[in-house]
Design a protein around this ligand. Structure first.
Ligand code: ISL
Length: 572
């Protein structure tokens, strides 16, 4: 079904200046908005949809093509909104459906596409269907929408299998029957407030087709699919090997060269592809410009199976995010990515930060072998923040020179570091609690953004409240301090995105000028040369006009931990 009153989406040619046959996502720069931390309009200290609408012009000024909104749906907040209780409404904390429609219409008017988060692997214990399941007996149709099982052991007091939750502890929680006796267990790959859907159940499948249509009818340009590998589990939910090194439960990134991971009963099962073929046919009813982007923690070659022409349009490239500050690894990941995507006929994507990982300006402040992926506490070794920012700027320029689509995470354009000294009392990530305080979790990358240095909460919220405290460094990194300040990280991003668009780098073809064993990553995309010095000594730069660099310096020399973009001079 196609609606007539969809807010007009920007046209591909208007955005890129090139004819990409409407396939706007192939070179799009997508900016991830984490709504609770972007901008607060009503003073409760939590960001909201009106806060986003009010500041969309800044993103146009930055030069991005699309925004991705992390969940804003009705949710008790067991996992910051990734526990959805009503997939078709906005949580009052973020506003109303009308606010969403206003945001979407304004974004489209400004030439921005909008994709929304879809959380299909699990729901919330507050979802009416889960409540119905709890009230219904074992074996009932209500329970078959989820994974309910009897426990093991004589009295059923052991979980049905040995699967761990991604947030630590077992992936099962026991229910209590109406008579007060312990009952069956339900599966939750994440927090106990996030029961997994049973995708063998046709009602679940139909419900999600309907949810897709609900948002497509409103005019969204696509969906970021949460935990996209996890929906279908191995039949019988078999135990995993005792040694976690023998498998990869969440199919996380291992083997950068793209060797396949050992199979995991918790995800990446063949049956999941039927779901995406089905969804693709729903999207295609709306025309060819609505997209699915998968959150897929797999090496490039395995990702490409999700990008077959009748499945998803693109997927995050976490192998790139995890490559770290190593020329060798960057070479290998970029090569593997382009080879796998070329074969699949899909455009590559690149990403350095998101709401689940330590911000790259902080990751790069540790040695190459300390990627620091799951939060940092005040008692942990602290990063070299100057080095982290220097390398982050260089890495960003290197990323934005690559062909394909790039994903930016809110605040990286300000060079924001992770909050690495957050008080433990302030932490909200369920992973912190469930790990018994051994893992800091992800709050440090979700801190409310600084907009205006001299206003309360650095301009995040009119009353000065913030749901997580901002570190003192944030005020000096506020957007208004960086706006039109030569050399600021914000200006560097703006210039890079401008050059990227003007020279069609997203549609370009990459030629290597360096080898994995080199200390530099040097590549040519059209007439633009990007050289990143990941070694310890300065290197000479090839002739040409230096149009952008991550740090100031002479035109002929590139200092360690920096990138230069050079335009070749036409040969006489
Ligand atoms: O955050 C992680 C480690 O850095 C991952 O294990 C993460 O949980 C995984 O990437 C899945 O993430 C997605 O689903 C989760 C949610 O907490 C994340 O925020 C979301 O991006 C459950 O919905």
């Amino acid at each position: 079904m196609v609606t007539d009153d969809r807010p007009a989406a920007p046209t591909a040619t208007a955005k890129s200046g090139m004819d990409d046959n409407g396939q706007w996502w192939r070179d799009a720069v997508v900016y991830q908005i984490y709504p609770r931390s972007f901008a607060d309009s009503d003073g409760d200290g939590i960001g909201d949809l009106r806060g986003i609408s009010d500041r969309l012009d800044r993103l146009v000024d930055l030069g991005v093509d699309c925004i991705w909104l992390s969940p804003f749906y009705v949710s008790p907040g067991a996992d910051a909104g990734y526990d959805v209780a009503d997939y078709r409404d906005v949580d009052p904390m973020f506003g109303t459906l009308h606010d969403f429609d206003t945001l979407l219409a304004k974004a489209h008017r400004l030439g921005l596409r909008v994709i929304v988060d879809l959380v299909p692997n699990h729901t919330s214990t507050a979802h009416p269907w889960f409540q119905e399941a709890l009230a219904a007996p074992p074996g009932s149709p209500e329970r078959s929408r989820f994974h309910f099982r009897d426990g093991r052991g004589a009295d059923g007091s052991e979980p049905p299998n040995n699967w761990p939750s991604a947030f630590f502890g077992p992936a099962w929680t026991r229910t209590t029957d109406p008579d007060g006796k312990p009952g069956q267990w339900y599966l939750h790959m994440f927090d106990s407030g996030q029961p997994d859907w049973n995708w063998d159940n046709e009602e679940v499948r139909e419900e999600f087709r309907s949810i897709l249509r609900f948002w497509l009818d409103r005019g969204v340009d696509g969906f970021r699919v949460d935990c996209a590998t996890a929906l279908v589990k191995a039949p019988g939910l078999p135990d995993v090997p005792e040694n976690p090194d023998d498998y990869d439960f969440f199919a996380a990134v291992r083997g950068l060269d793209g060797q396949d991971l050992p199979p995991s009963p918790g995800g990446d099962q063949e049956g999941v592809h039927d779901i995406y073929r089905d969804w693709r046919s729903v999207l295609d009813e709306y025309g060819a410009d609505r997209i699915l982007t998968g959150e897929i923690w797999l090496p490039p070659r395995q990702i490409s199976r999700y990008l077959r022409p009748d499945e998803m349009h693109q997927a995050f490239n976490f192998a790139y995010l995890e490559a770290g500050w190593s020329a060798d690894r960057v070479h290998r990941v970029v090569r593997a990515t382009l080879a796998a995507h070329d074969e699949a006929g899909a455009a590559a994507t690149w990403v350095l930060s998101n709401h689940d990982v330590v911000r790259h300006a902080t990751r790069f402040g540790f040695g190459p072998d300390a990627p620091r992926m799951f939060g940092i506490r005040a008692t942990d070794p602290q990063p070299d923040t100057a080095l982290g920012l220097r390398r982050a700027r260089a890495a960003t320029l290197s990323m934005l020179a690559l062909p394909g689509s790039a994903y930016l995470y809110q605040g990286e354009e300000l060079g924001l570091p992770e909050h690495t000294t957050l008080n433990d009392e302030a932490r909200q990530d369920p992973a912190w609690r469930r790990s018994g305080g051994t893992q800091a979790g992800r709050d440090g990358c979700r801190i409310p953004l600084p907009w205006e240095a001299d206003r309360p909460a650095a301009g995040f919220s009119p009353g000065g409240k913030t749901w997580l405290p901002q570190p003192s460094a944030y005020a000096r990194l506020a957007r208004d301090r960086q706006q039109e300040t030569a050399g600021s990280t914000l200006e560097m991003y703006r210039q890079a995105l401008g050059i990227r668009k003007a020279r069609h780098l997203g549609h370009g073809k990459l030629d290597w000028l360096s080898e994995p064993a080199d200390a530099v990553v040097a590549l040519r995309n059209g007439d633009l040369l990007s050289v990143t010095n990941m070694g310890n000594v300065p290197v000479g730069l090839p002739p040409g006009d230096v149009v952008l660099r991550s740090e100031p310096g002479p035109d002929t020399v590139l200092e360690p931990d920096t990138t230069a973009w050079i335009l070749s001079r036409p040969t006489a």
